[in-house]
Design a protein. Structure first.
Length: 70
């Protein structure tokens, strides 16, 4: 009986989350309107800041694991 109650609440929670996200987005758009957002990224690739890559390092990997539960 507890599982059925949780399943029944899922659409209501999803709807509430969507409403909260929409309100936050609308409020943020209101405050940003007319303002330009710029960013700057500076990279110093000069030889004086360079470091030798260790001989034991053979690769750098970035892994994302996504588990979908049904």
């Amino acid at each position: 009986m507890g599982v059925q109650r949780q399943v029944a609440r899922a659409p209501a929670l999803l709807h509430a989350l969507a409403v909260v996200c929409a309100v936050c987005w609308a409020l943020s758009a209101r405050y940003v309107e007319g303002q330009s957002q710029t960013g700057q990224l500076r990279v110093d690739a000069s030889l004086q800041n360079a470091r030798k890559i260790p001989d034991k390092m053979f690769g750098i990997f970035f892994e994302v694991r996504v588990r979908l539960q049904s």
